[in-house]
Design a protein around this ligand. Structure first.
Ligand code: ADP
Ligand code: MG
Length: 445
């Protein structure tokens, strides 16, 4: 076809990003002596006209041996035709204009913050992440559909956006739609009311990648399921990527037709589990870095220890902490964190007791608890005792006299001395620092 040849010639002249951003989305329609180029929106149309009109006109005339006399530019797409298939691999790279790519993301409902770079990998999400990375790189050819299931706040939505963002990064011309299934349902109802169901259908069946979140909301919505069934088939047959998420395994989504359930399982089904302690800590630090906050290690442990099941809550705790520290001009340390987040985890806080600390410290240094509470002052006992006191000060709400009392009836000034000593030693003696951190971690995790 004439336009294909013309586009191929343009490709020689342009960078990959220019080509995929401006030329690939164009569709051509020949009308006698004129070639009409359809752009998906005004922005693309104006840009192409401004930058490439002359070149395109000349090429068209040359390649058609003078038959094409005129090139026109319009906004639109060809009938019910699918957008040009995603070209994979080498073409593209980042779009020349970041602004344009941002626009493409917005049109696709994609949140640009949700990328693989900001997604912390752990055992709990490793497979789901790996599968999503593959889909991002090879949409339509790796697994279809990709079905991600798992509990609330574990990263399903984040991964779906990351897939969409990756596809657009390497091919800004790709048609990607992210949509929550509730939105799909309400859009469809509105389309029905306004006699625009054909447009609705066309919109979804034209895409290169359709990301539908929380499909459990399709449960018992028969008309939507019917429509989605056909969309699914159309995309599947033409090898366009489908990514779905749900709070449970496809077969267990209730109120869903069998034919959809079975289709959902045709590709790859991956689960996300609640993150383990290490991953929670890593996520906190990663989110803190995004907020430009330096999160002390012990604070990370402290929060990760207490928020175990849901990453959204973990993030909520961090945001609250940061907001409070900025508002009050306070630095984020353990005491401040405990204070600010107190109501989020009163129950767990009671678990760290002085007794608990004494046992843990004694065990760590291979001593007996009675050594710590005894009057013995030899170094190998006195130092662990000071460590235990400092930990008690840091991790419990006990007052200085209470702590002193718990260590064989010592005076509160002894406790102060111990905490100061340990603080100084932690800064100068790496052994002590390491001991202290390990203990802190054991106690808070
Ligand atoms: P879901 O869709 O499973 O309910 P989300 O994808 O909305 O969960 O995740 C909730 C929040 O937790 C989001 O802000 C997301 O960025 C964050 N999050 C989830 N998993 C991770 C992860 N592995 N690394 C970084 N952030 C994560
Ligand atoms: Mg979600």
């Amino acid at each position: 076809e004439l336009w294909d040849a013309c586009a191929a010639a343009l490709k020689q002249d342009l960078t990959g990003a220019e080509y995929s951003t401006w030329i690939m989305p164009l569709q051509a329609q020949e009308q006698d002596e004129a070639m009409c180029l359809l752009a998906p929106n005004r922005f693309v149309k104006d840009w192409v006209k401004q930058h490439y009109e002359q070149r395109i006109s000349r090429l068209c005339a040359e390649i058609s041996s003078g038959r094409i006399q005129q090139v026109r530019f319009e906004i639109g797409t060809l009938g019910d035709d699918r957008a040009a298939p995603v070209t994979r691999g080498t073409s593209g790279g980042r779009a020349g204009g970041e602004g344009n790519l941002d626009r493409r993301r917005a049109e696709s409902n994609l949140n640009k913050e949700f990328t693989f770079a900001t997604f912390v990998e752990g055992k709990s999400n490793q497979i789901a992440r790996a599968a999503s990375v593959q889909i991002g790189k090879n949409p339509g050819t790796a697994y279809n559909p990709l079905f991600i299931y798992g509990g609330v706040g574990l990263g399903k939505t984040h991964l779906m956006h990351a897939v969409g963002n990756t596809i657009l990064d390497s091919n800004p011309g790709a048609q990607v739609i992210y949509v929550h299934s509730e939105r799909f349902v309400s859009d469809m109802i509105r389309a029905l009311q306004h006699n625009k169901i054909d447009e609705f259908k066309a919109r979804y069946r034209r895409v290169n990648a359709l990301l539908i979140d929380d499909v459990q909301f399709f449960g018992n919505k028969d008309r939507s399921q019917e429509e989605f069934f056909h969309t699914f088939n159309a995309l599947f047959e033409s090898k366009q990527q489908i990514v779905l998420s749900s709070d449970r395994y496809p077969k267990e989504v209730s109120g869903l037709e069998e034919r959809l359930k079975s289709r959902f399982g045709w590709g790859l089904t991956v689960g996300i589990e609640p993150p383990d302690f290490e991953t929670r800590v890593a996520i906190l630090h990663s989110k803190a870095a995004l907020l430009n906050i330096e999160l002390p290690e012990d604070v990370g442990y402290f929060i990760a220890k207490r928020m175990t099941s849901n990453i959204r809550e973990l993030e909520g705790a961090l945001r609250r902490l940061v907001a409070n520290s900025q508002f009050m001009g306070a630095s984020i340390d353990l005491a401040f964190t405990r204070e600010v987040l107190r109501d989020m985890f009163v129950a767990q806080d009671r678990q760290i007791t002085i007794e608990n600390i004494q046992k843990t410290v004694a065990n760590y240094y291979k001593l007996r608890v009675s050594d710590l509470t005894s009057a013995k002052r030899t170094r190998n006992i006195a130092r662990p005792r000071q460590v235990a006191m400092a930990l008690a000060k840091e991790l419990t709400k006990a007052s200085l006299p209470e702590i002193g009392n718990a260590f064989g009836g010592r005076d509160h000034s002894t406790v102060i001395h111990a905490t100061r000593k340990i603080e100084a030693l932690r800064a100068s003696d790496t052994m002590i620092e390491e001991d202290y951190r390990i203990l802190l971690r054991t106690l808070t995790s």
